[in-house]
Design a protein around this ligand. Structure first.
Ligand code: ADP
Length: 266
């Protein structure tokens, strides 16, 4: 089984102030996945991020921060707005995938997972297994869930990857994003960033300034942390650039693709 994440950075137009899907990338990626499945049968789970759909309502309503009881009505609305926004994105993605003949079935985290202090602590994956057995492609995505400490919180696609990988023991874990992999610093803002073929420790990053500031990291540090946790359990993962044509097809075919393998040791 392969767990494939497609980053929100690929599927939505980040620069747009509106929630806007990147239809061109989406169609191309759907065709690449289909071409690979046509070549040989594979069990596949797809995870996608929330991109420009989920972040605005989640940050406007500060979902995941502690709050007073009196704020609950507002928080609930924020939860609902975020859930609905990511559901819309998921619907557009599933529509494009079905159009290309991919048998995708959405399994939203908000409908069966719960968290404690923003970490998933409950989520029965039997449905995933059943759908996989029947030849479907389960799709799950960054979402809001109930939290036993904080009442509600946001769960990223990267945390979902980690949870699924720990509990389903996939053969491969692949993350498609909008850069070639991990560098010692953000390659979008540093021309001299050095690329890693393999990555095994956060200490290899030039700065850790990004650990708490999403704007600085663009999410990469959070991603790496989840993947290093998997590496500790002996589960290797690979980050590749899904904006490069045919990369998704090639990686699904286990062909050589530039990217960063996250593993402990060498
Ligand atoms: P996605 O939405 O695809 O999951 P993110 O936007 O969350 O991806 O993270 C990818 C972004 O992380 C890249 O576009 C890049 O600008 C940024 N980034 C920050 N630091 C690094 C780094 N050290 N190596 C690679 N990318 C980095």
């Amino acid at each position: 089984m392969i767990i494939l994440k497609i980053g929100g950075s690929i599927l939505t137009n980040k620069d747009s102030t509106e929630s806007e899907i990147d239809g061109e990338s989406l169609g191309r990626i759907a065709r690449e996945i289909k071409a690979s499945l046509d070549r040989s049968d594979k069990q596949l789970i797809i995870v996608h991020g929330a991109g420009s759909f989920g972040h605005p309502p989640a940050s406007e309503y500060r979902i995941g921060e502690a709050f007073e009881k009196s704020e609950y009505p507002q928080k609930r609305i924020g939860f609902c707005k975020t859930q609905n926004a990511v559901k819309k994105l998921n619907m557009l993605i599933c529509e494009a995938f079905i159009e290309e003949g991919l048998p995708v079935v959405a399994i939203p985290a908000s409908s069966f997972m719960t968290a404690t202090e923003k970490r998933i602590t409950e989520g029965n994956l039997e449905f995933f297994k059943k759908y996989l057995e029947k030849g479907f492609i389960p799709v799950i995505y960054g979402d809001v869930v109930l939290d036993s400490q904080l009442e509600i919180c946001v769960i990223s696609g990267d945390q979902l990857i980690q949870y699924l990988a720990v509990n389903l023991s996939p053969d491969r874990v692949i993350l498609g994003t909008d850069v070639d992999g991990v560098y010692n610093k953000n390659p979008k803002t540093h021309d001299d960033a050095i690329f890693f073929d393999r990555f095994s420790s956060l200490e290899d990053l030039d700065t850790l300034e990004g650990t708490t500031n999403v704007d600085v990291t663009g999410g990469m540090v959070g991603k790496i942390k989840e993947l290093l946790y998997l590496a500790d359990l002996g589960i290797e993962s690979k980050i590749i650039n899904a904006e490069v044509k045919d990369n998704i097809f090639k990686v699904l075919e286990d062909e050589d693709v530039k990217g960063t393998v996250i593993s402990r040791g060498n």
